[in-house]
Design a protein around this ligand. Structure first.
Ligand SMILES: Cc1cc2nc3c(=O)[nH]c(=O)nc-3n(C[C@H](O)[C@H](O)[C@H](O)COP(=O)(O)O)c2cc1C
Length: 435
């Protein structure tokens, strides 16, 4: 076993629409060591023009066709921002990598996206099915870039397949790898299977540094995740939306460890009494689950009659839809399921004061001319698990422009001051500045 004794790197996980410049800066200012961009599809990145933005002091990657900002980076992120790309080919990956070469601290390939559009075109989790292609892509990126090259995978239904895939990535000298420990069909539902990360860390043939992703919502989770898996880093996604200061909170715990025995005891209690999420890692279980979920695919129905398969698929689909809309819908209602889960996992931790963090985020979004739709989506995501902020959540949901977002969280004065000093910001909010 690779005894990983250092404090794990705390990373803002890649998140579409959320991991744009202001949220990454917010995470860094709140203790994140590394921040991943949202996934950017290679074809999009290959079609951008790089522009120095002297007004905002950023480097903008602007799409040639619609003039939209595809990626915006600034010097505050230097050495810490990893660009995640979505790709299905060596050529596409290399073109995208060359575009960001010299401007990012690493390039990561998304091999975990379970969405149909991604898998269907051989990107995201689709790459897990073609290890040779995944290897060629990673090898080509290694040859193209001097900065670390990594990939983020999901687990496969059979443990040995996941370990084999990791070894395949290691064979082409990928610098590190992240595991979102759920199978593709699970999306973000149920508990993450941390045991696979632990198995990979214990496998003597696996030496590549591994970062764990999935269900780190609190200091308790970070302590337990690190102790249980010995991972080299932790990627935090939904937990960072609920509390963008989670990185700082975890670090504070780690650096003043001895003074926090009480919290440690609570974490121990939480996981030993409730045996979650470590109790449901049986791999046969996973393979079985995957098989059932695969009934949704028409080609996997040979053993069932057509009508049986249809009924079964409908049943599963309805179940999935119900929990998925509840879990996913940042633009709809607050997420009660997720809020409850986060609350339980935060036993013993201080309550998160989310409004000042939303204000910090909005300040950055205004200062850096972030697009309105994206800003609204992120604020919704930050608030959706805070049951006590339903009124603000609803105001954000009905906001039609940046000014209304600012009003919803009492930032009107800041908005007015910034816009009167720099009227061009308004066109950035509409994403029309370069037109
Ligand atoms: C809103 C949202 C967007 C996401 N976008 C991406 C993405 O662009 N690339 C990626 O690899 N994973 C993406 N993920 C998955 C997360 O990076 C992470 O692996 C997953 O949510 C589990 O971690 P968590 O329990 O900390 O949320 C996304 C997750 C969320 C919630």
């Amino acid at each position: 076993m690779k005894a990983f004794t250092q404090i794990p790197k705390l990373c803002l996980a890649p998140m579409v629409r959320i991991g744009t410049h202001p949220f990454r800066i917010l995470a860094l200012r709140n203790g994140a060591d590394i921040v991943y961009t949202e996934e950017i599809i290679d074809k999009k990145l290959a079609n951008v023009e790089r522009r120095e933005n002297h007004e905002l002091k950023t480097v903008d990657f602007v799409h040639k066709k619609d003039e939209k900002v595809v990626l915006r980076v600034s010097s505050e992120e230097k050495g810490k921002v990893v660009c995640q790309i979505g790709t299905n080919s060596v050529e596409g990956a290399v073109k995208a990598a060359l575009m960001v070469k010299g401007y990012v601290a690493g390039v990561d390939v998304n091999m975990g996206c379970p969405e149909y559009f991604s898998v269907h075109s051989g990107m995201g989790a689709g790459l897990l099915e073609v290890p040779d292609r995944a290897k060629s892509i990673m090898q080509a990126l290694k040859e193209t870039l001097e900065v670390p090259v990594s990939c983020k995978i999901r687990i496969l239904p059979k443990e040995e397949d996941t370990l084999e895939f990791i070894k395949a990535m290691q064979s082409v000298e990928v610098d590190h790898l992240s595991i979102h420990s759920r199978i593709r069909e699970e999306f973000s539902r149920g508990y993450a299977h941390w045991s696979i990360v632990k198995k990979a860390m214990e496998d003597e043939k696996i030496t590549i540094p591994i970062r764990a992703s999935g269900d780190c919502f609190s200091i308790n989770d970070a302590i337990e995740m690190n102790k249980y898996t010995s991972c080299e880093g932790i990627l935090i996604a939904r937990g960072a939306c609920h509390n963008p200061a989670i990185f700082k909170d975890i670090k504070k715990y780690w650096t003043t460890n001895s003074q926090n025995e009480d919290l440690k005891e609570k974490a121990k209690y939480l996981y030993s009494e409730h045996k979650k999420p470590l109790n449901e890692c049986g791999l046969e279980n996973l393979a079985e689950k995957s098989e059932i979920l695969n009934q949704l695919k028409p080609e996997a129905t040979d053993t069932l009659s057509k009508s049986q398969a249809k009924k079964r698929a409908k049943r599963i689909l309805n179940k999935m839809k119900k929990s998925s809309s509840e879990q996913k819908g940042a633009d709809g209602k607050q997420s009660k399921i997720l809020a409850k889960m986060i609350e339980r996992r935060n036993i013993g931790c201080r309550k998160v004061d989310i409004i000042p963090l939303c204000q910090d985020y909005l300040k950055l979004a205004i200062e850096y001319g972030n697009n309105f739709g994206n800003t609204k989506y992120t604020l919704n995501y930050m608030l959706r698990t805070h049951k006590d902020q339903e009124v603000v959540f609803n105001k954000i949901t009905s906001a039609q422009n940046m000014q209304e977002l600012a009003q919803a969280i009492t930032m009107d004065d800041f908005y007015s001051k910034m816009v009167s000093r720099q009227p061009s910001l308004k066109s950035y909010f509409d994403n029309t500045f370069y037109k």
